[in-house]
Write a protein that binds this ligand. Structure first.
Ligand SMILES: C/C(=C\C(=O)SCCNC(=O)CCNC(=O)[C@H](O)C(C)(C)COP(=O)(O)OP(=O)(O)OC[C@H]1O[C@@H](n2cnc3c(N)ncnc32)[C@H](O)[C@@H]1OP(=O)(O)O)C(=O)O
Length: 358
C-alpha cells in the first residue's frame, strides 16, 4: 500500500498529476453564499485593524483628498479637532474592509449604502471592533445567480466601546444554487429623456455663503446648482487592488482577475469606497469643508475597472445655516462619480459642514 504521507509518493511538480489532484480536492472556502444569511443574524468580525496615520495618508494621497486638517496638526486644531484625526473616508473603508471576509468575499458586488453617520472624530492608534446584523435578504429577480443582502454595521473603538461610524449596506451575493426568477430584464432602461433645468449655476466660491447664494438663485428660475470638477483619476493597480487590501478588504472583485473573468464585470473592479472617495475628493477640492456629517442613498451603478478614469459632478440640494457651529453651515450635496464615457458609476447624498467666509 502506498504511504501517502511519504513526501516522495506524489510528484506535485508533474503537471498532469497535479491537475488531477486539484480536480479531486475540496476547496477550503472563504466567505459565505447568499443562503448563509438570515434576517436578524448578528456577526462579529474578527479581523483586527488599528487605524494609522500612514494608512490614512496613503488613502488620502492616492484618492486626492488634500484637506490639510487631516494632514497637519495646526490646521486640525484650528478646525476644532483635539488632535489630527484620520480621514473619514479611510475610517469608513477600514470598517467596511474588515466585514468583507464574513459578508461579501464570495464575490458579490457592493450596490449601495444608506444612513452613514460619523459619530465622532477618530484618531490614529484606534483599534477597531466591527459587528453587523442582517436586516434584509431577498432573491434577485433579474440575476438568478445572486441574492441581495442588506446589513447594518457598526464600527467601534475596541478599547472604549464607543461607536465611531454606522451604516446600512447592500450587496449582491452569489447563491450556492441559482434561483428561479420572475424573468426581470437585466439593465432595462426607461424610454425618453428626463426633464432638465434650463440653467445650471456654479457657486462663486468655496464657502457656505457661496453655496447659499447660488441656491437662492434657484428659487425663481428653472435653475439648479450643479457643476463638474476638473480633476480625474485613472484607476491603477494601487487603487484597484492596493487600497482595498490595505483595509483588509478581501473581496475577490478587487484582486483576483482569474476568478473575476467569469463574472458580470469580467475583470477585477475598484472598491466602491475608493471610487467614491475620489469623486468626493474632487468635490471637496472645490469647497471649504469643515466636517463630514453623514451620507445617504449611496449607489454603485456601474463597474470601474483598471484604466477607467473617475471624475466628479456635484449638485447642491440644501443649505442650513443653523445646523452647525458658529463657523460653519450644513450643505447637502448630491455627488456623482462618472467615468471617461460620462457613465455614472456612483451617486450619493452627502451632508457636510462648510466653513463660513468670516
Ligand atoms: C466593498 C465590496 C465590493 C465592492 O466594492 S464591488 C465594487 C463596487 N460596486 C460595483 O462596482 C457594482 C456596480 N453596479 C453594477 O455594475 C450594477 O449595479 C450590477 C451589479 C451589474 C447590477 O446591475 P443590473 O443592471 O443587473 O441591475 P441593478 O443595478 O438595477 O440591480 C440588480 C438588483 O439589485 C437591486 N438593487 C440595486 N441596488 C440596490 C440597493 N441599493 N438596495 C437594494 N437593492 C438594490 C435591484 O433592485 C435589482 O433587483 P432585482 O430583484 O430586480 O434583480 C464588498 O465586497 O463588499
Amino acid at each position: 500500500m502506498t504511504d501517502w504521507t511519504d513526501p516522495d509518493a506524489l510528484d506535485l511538480s508533474d503537471g498532469e498529476t497535479f491537475d488531477s489532484l486539484l480536480d479531486r480536492a475540496d476547496t477550503r472556502e472563504k466567505g459565505h453564499f447568499f443562503e448563509f444569511f438570515a434576517e436578524g443574524d448578528e456577526l462579529t468580525h474578527e479581523p483586527g485593524l488599528q487605524l494609522t496615520h500612514h494608512g490614512s495618508e496613503q488613502w488620502m494621497g492616492q484618492t486626492l483628498n488634500h484637506d490639510p486638517a487631516y494632514w497637519r496638526a495646526d490646521t486640525a486644531r484650528e478646525r476644532g479637532f483635539d488632535e489630527r484625526p484620520v480621514h473619514p473616508d479611510y475610517l469608513l473603508a477600514c470598517v467596511m474592509g474588515i466585514t468583507v471576509e464574513d459578508l461579501s468575499e464570495k464575490g458579490g458586488y457592493f450596490l449601495g449604502r444608506d444612513d452613514v453617520t460619523f459619530h465622532q472624530p477618530v484618531t490614529a492608534g484606534t483599534p477597531l471592533s466591527v459587528t453587523s446584523t442582517v436586516v434584509d435578504t431577498k432573491t434577485s429577480s433579474s440575476r438568478p445567480k445572486y441574492g441581495i443582502v442588506t446589513w447594518e454595521t457598526e464600527g467601534r473603538d475596541r478599547e472604549t466601546g464607543e461607536t465611531l461610524v454606522s451604516y446600512q449596506r447592500t450587496n449582491m451575493i452569489p447563491r450556492r444554487e441559482p434561483a428561479a426568477t420572475d424573468g426581470g430584464a437585466v439593465g432595462e432602461q426607461d424610454e425618453g429623456g428626463p426633464a432638465l433645468p434650463d440653467t445650471l449655476v456654479s457657486p462663486d466660491g468655496k464657502y457656505f455663503e457661496d453655496f447659499r447664494r447660488a441656491l437662492d438663485t434657484t428659487q425663481e428660475e428653472n435653475t439648479a446648482v450643479a457643476y463638474r470638477h476638473e480633476r480625474g483619476r485613472t484607476m491603477d493597480d494601487q487603487l484597484v487592488a492596493g487600497l482595498p487590501l490595505a483595509t483588509l478588504n478581501t473581496a475577490r472583485q478587487h484582486h483576483n482577475r482569474d476568478e473575476m473573468a467569469d463574472s458580470p464585470s469580467g475583470d477585477i473592479v475598484a472598491y466602491g469606497d475608493v471610487t467614491r472617495s475620489i469623486a468626493l475628493a474632487h468635490a471637496r477640492s472645490d469647497e471649504a469643508t469643515y466636517r463630514e456629517r453623514r451620507f445617504a442613498d449611496e449607489r454603485f451603478h456601474d463597474f470601474v475597472t483598471l484604466g477607467d478614469t473617475v471624475y466628479g459632478f456635484t449638485r447642491v440640494l440644501d443649505c442650513d445655516p443653523d445646523a452647525g457651529p458658529e463657523q460653519a453651515g450644513a450643505v447637502t450635496f448630491e455627488h456623482v462619480a462618472f467615468n471617461q464615457e460620462q457613465t455614472p458609476v456612483y451617486s450619493g447624498r452627502r451632508t457636510a459642514l462648510i466653513q463660513r467666509n468670516t
